[in-house]
Design a protein around this ligand. Structure first.
Ligand SMILES: *Cc1c(COP(=O)(O)O)cnc(C)c1O
Length: 389
């Protein structure tokens, strides 16, 4: 409708009769009807209106409208967490006997969904390597229904060509689902390239301050209707409070992402030639293997960089223990810079070979660059690198 920033701020829940300026928090499980006939008509979906907060609530509706405007998608649902969104997008749209083709580098819990949860119900999946796009045709089966990808990937920062993915999905009649968590709708809009469904962990940059969990499933109306049916009757709904926080957070997403990205680029550039590191990976550094692609489909490089320390797991752990400011915690996309060591934590259950396949070496550190002054972030990393030698 308007520009990104304007929609994110001005698409608000309609005013109550209190004439409030900022949307209030609708902490209510249900909504009243003026008459038995109105109740009947709303349940029959003949007239619109809120019925029960498992279905919809003004706070979740505001959040959905804002993110839909940002993504260029028609409709959506908000969920209690990012994983509820990943699960819901697949569970609502697939059935027993269907096959999912997915990019290999996926968020850890999404990998568990595909390999441990869905096979229980006869939905199986195959991974494709992004270095091998040309051969993905061979991975298609007669029952392949969905292409699920994550770009940039967590934590490997692999970039998948969204234009290619859109064309590939169209050619094979697949539902293209893109986990757009790392880029946020400010940096990348997969629907523009043909994604049918866009999913988010709103817990990360959309919240931006490490407070609440939330997720989103957005996309074409006819698919979202299936997702809404699934959500109404299985109950992954977001709480009104979390939706209220996240709808407010959308108002500052653009300015926050500009700063996250500027800080991340500055940190990445500062350390790119460091003798302590084998590699610094950031989508908008020329040394990124898919730099041109990142430039093509992303507005800026995002808030995450990876540093590969010389000296493997032991060095990485010494480095983490020497940090004075940067937090050691599992979240990302916070105003506070955060470091994680995937090989010893999130991806410790994978073998070294499996980790290598998804680009996670023993010395790899994921740095979620926050909104502190960039000189202070650089100073903390530099000091810890020196002290951990
Ligand atoms: C964190 C994350 C998720 C899961 O989101 P939660 O809100 O933690 O459930 C899914 N995908 C990616 C890429 C993530 O970073």
């Amino acid at each position: 409708m308007s520009h990104f920033e304007t929609d994110a701020i001005r698409l608000n829940a309609s005013k109550s009769n209190q004439r409030e300026h900022s949307a209030p928090l609708y902490l209510t499980s249900s909504f009243t009807f003026d008459s038995a006939e109105e109740a009947r008509a709303m349940f029959a979906e003949e007239i619109p209106g809120n019925i029960y907060s498992r279905y919809a609530n003004p706070n979740s509706t505001e959040l959905i409208e804002k993110v839909c405007a940002a993504e260029g998608t028609e409709d959506g649902i908000a969920t209690a967490s990012g994983m509820a969104a990943m699960f819901g997008s697949m569970a609502a749209l697939l059935q027993q006997g269907d096959h999912i083709l997915a990019s290999r580098s996926l968020f850890g819990s999404t990998h568990q969904l595909l390999t441990r949860v869905f096979p229980k119900w006869g939905i199986i999946s195959t991974y494709g390597d992004i270095s091998d796009y040309k051969n993905w045709d061979k991975l298609i089966q007669a029952n392949t229904k969905m292409l699920f990808i994550e770009t940039p990937s967590n934590p490997g920062l692999e970039i998948i060509d969204l234009e290619w993915a859109g064309q590939f999905a169209a050619a094979h009649n697949l539902i293209l689902v893109v986990d757009n968590c790392f880029a946020t709708p400010y940096l990348q809009q997969p629907a523009k390239w043909g994604a049918h469904i866009v999913t988010h962990s709103a817990t990360k940059f959309i919240d931006g301050q490490g407070r609440v969990l939330g997720g989103l499933i957005l996309g074409k109306k006819e698919l979202i209707q299936e997702v809404q049916f699934f959500s109404r009757h299985t109950g992954p709904s977001i709480s009104p409070f979390n939706a209220w926080i996240l709808a407010k957070s959308m108002e500052t997403l653009a300015v926050r992402m500009d700063r996250h990205c500027a800080n991340a680029l500055a940190v990445a550039e500062y350390f790119q030639d460091s003798a302590d590191l084998d590699f610094v990976k950031y989508p908008f550094l020329k040394s990124h293997p898919q730099y041109d692609l990142a430039k093509k489909q992303m507005k800026l490089g995002g808030g995450i960089i990876t540093l590969t320390l010389k000296g493997g797991i032991a060095r990485a752990q010494r480095f983490i223990d020497q940090l004075q400011m940067i937090s050691v915690t599992a979240n990302l996309g916070d105003s506070r810079s955060i470091i994680t060591h995937p090989a010893s934590t999130t991806h410790s259950k994978l073998s070294e070979e499996e980790r290598a396949k998804v680009g996670i070496s023993d010395g790899l550190i994921r740095l979620s660059v926050g909104l502190e002054h960039q000189e202070d972030i650089i100073k903390d990393v530099e000091r810890a690198l020196e002290k951990s030698r």
